[in-house]
Write a protein of this length. Sequence first.
Length: 656
Amino acid sequence: MNEKQPIQKRRYITGFDGLRALGVLGVILYHMNPNVFKGGYLGVPIFFIISGYLITDQLVKQYQQKSSFDFKTFYKKRLKRLYPGLCAVLFTTGAYIVLFQRNLLENLHKIVLTNLLNVYNWWQIANGQSYFERFANNESPFTHLWTLSIEGQFYIVWPILLLVLLKVLKKRSHIFNIIMILAVASGLLMAFLYQPTVDASRVYYGTDTRMFSILFGCALAVIWPSSHLRQDIERRDRVLLDTIGIVCFVGMAFLFMQLTDQGAALYRGGMFLFTFLATVLVGVIAHPGADWNSIFTNRLFHWIGSRSYGIYLYQFPVMIFFESKMTNIAEHQVAYHITEAIIILVISELSFRFIEQPMAKFDYSQTKVFFKQLFSLKNAQSTATKVVSGICVVILALGLTGVAQATTVKPAKANNSELAQKINKNKKDNSKRNASLAQKAKEANAEKLKLAKNASLSKSASLATQKSLEKQAKAHPVNKDLEKYGLSQIELQKAQNLQITAFGDSVMLDGQSMLQRIFPQMIMKADVGKQMTAVPGEAQALADKGILADTVLVGLGTNGPFTPDQMDQLMRVFGPQRHVYWINVRVPTRDWQNNVNATLQDAVKKYKNLTVIDWYGYSNSHDEWFYDDRVHPNTDGGPYYAAFIAKHILEDPVSN
């Protein structure tokens, strides 16, 4: 760089701890309750911005002094800062899986390896790992570690790229322009790759689509280096900086409340705008002449911010393991989340004191001496050091055992439970049925449309159908075993020819065989982990082909909440001419159960063609109807589930 300015000694910007604290709290609250704290995931861009700013600020200052970088020292510091905590969470989580949750062993070896190599986010993309699937017996406790891989890739590549830019371009303005071009390209790629009807995990995880957050921080460091900022500025400049800070903070808060994690607004400019506002706020906090650094500086923020790395690392494993043991989360949301938060903070403090800080100061050239003293009978090391080291050795051994055992776990046998086998079988059977029913559904819809155009013909056909049903009920009864669940033989006969299109998740797929036994003409589009975002596209495709029936059944909400806007989008696809029956959810192991059911009740007031089937109210006092997960009906509960749904559809005059 050829702009020469006096360089101050590098200072610790305490306000960044406060910003980190808000960021990590937002992420945790989002993971605990994504429906209430729906913008909490935006804490991640804040981490990226601060990392980009501090690293670039440090490197540029070093280049001004030495005309080069000390790569060896840089990478050594990064390894000592990041890897002890990362290894601790990987192997501690692995040890827990070995001892208490062996259903998560599959791919553990690949997860550990890709995290250590800083490519875990790309492994998640390649293996179809969803960030947004909130309910599954094999939900990964490592999902959140994608951010560390992106930061790791940044630490590896950026110093080399920055050195080239400094050598070739020299001027800060030129370097800033190049960085901003790359950032804008990243933001545009995010908007281009996002598809509203597809799970957004590819866009969410990608280094290419998320790099603009780090690059914004890098660009800021180039034109706003901390060592060139002066405290003694004029009052009007101080007021201007503080006002800019207020505008940015208010704007960030607004976006935090408005941007949903899979909404088009987030990926088509929303996250980019949030990142821009957060970057400007970082610049204001970094300036010693503004008041925002002191606003974000206090003991609580410093404590949380200085431990934010560990808090981020341990939050997801604690939540996944805790919630897998608690079966009534929805009934005790506040108490359980407070308990989770306490556990996370305690573990993070222990990690900070006994792993992160000691290992950051440890002289790795003395490793051999350390272990020699550790196993020596003499008191060369304190008892506390030996105890902590012993615990770490045991955890490492158990974690490595899990990694070794994971190599022998075959994907097809990863979950061999009765429920898993049932769902897999139903999925295969359903796929075959849909193919054979599609043409028949298309013809039935065309015939129904023809009858609708002729009122007298439609009326006579309806009377003939009713007489035929009564005759059939007496001469050829069907599904007589289901009469004890409240279905009349006339209703069971009526169900035989009723055209229904159903969309659902694993709960509906669990009940597929019974539902399609009652409704043989039902086309069911159900899958494990399905969420609202996937359904509008599916429904529109069926409608375009003339296959979407006038009666629609929906069973979504088990895997995560959805917003009223998402509900509106789907109802627009169905249109007012179709009657929609929506099964509410019983998922006591997740805190969004009540939110989903409340959203459905609100929607009923808005849509006259929507009927909510209150499966929750009907089944909630019958734990004996469910598998151990308290969500999927077992062989006893299956008939109640299917018959209850059928009764609502068949008794409703709109669908008949």
